[in-house]
Design a protein around this ligand. Structure first.
Ligand SMILES: [Zn+2]
Length: 64
């Protein structure tokens, strides 16, 4: 799986794998339902922490 270079806020690992792309999260706030913009979900390979980024975020990749 493709890996991105970044720093995990929990363990400072710089390796994460893509857990999902174009993921929209829904929820409720004060009786109104909302849906987020499409997000890229990265999961730290070391501690399993999930990180969410909007699709405009860019990451340093090796190759591709
Ligand atoms: Zn981590």
């Amino acid at each position: 799986m493709e890996q991105k270079m970044l720093a995990c806020p929990v363990c400072q690992s710089n390796k994460a794998e893509i857990a999902g792309e174009n993921v929209k999260l829904s929820g409720q706030f004060e009786d109104k339902e909302f849906l987020t913009i499409p997000l890229t979900v990265l999961r730290c390979v070391k501690c399993g922490y999930y990180m969410f980024f909007d699709n405009t975020a860019e990451f340093t990749t090796d190759g591709q």
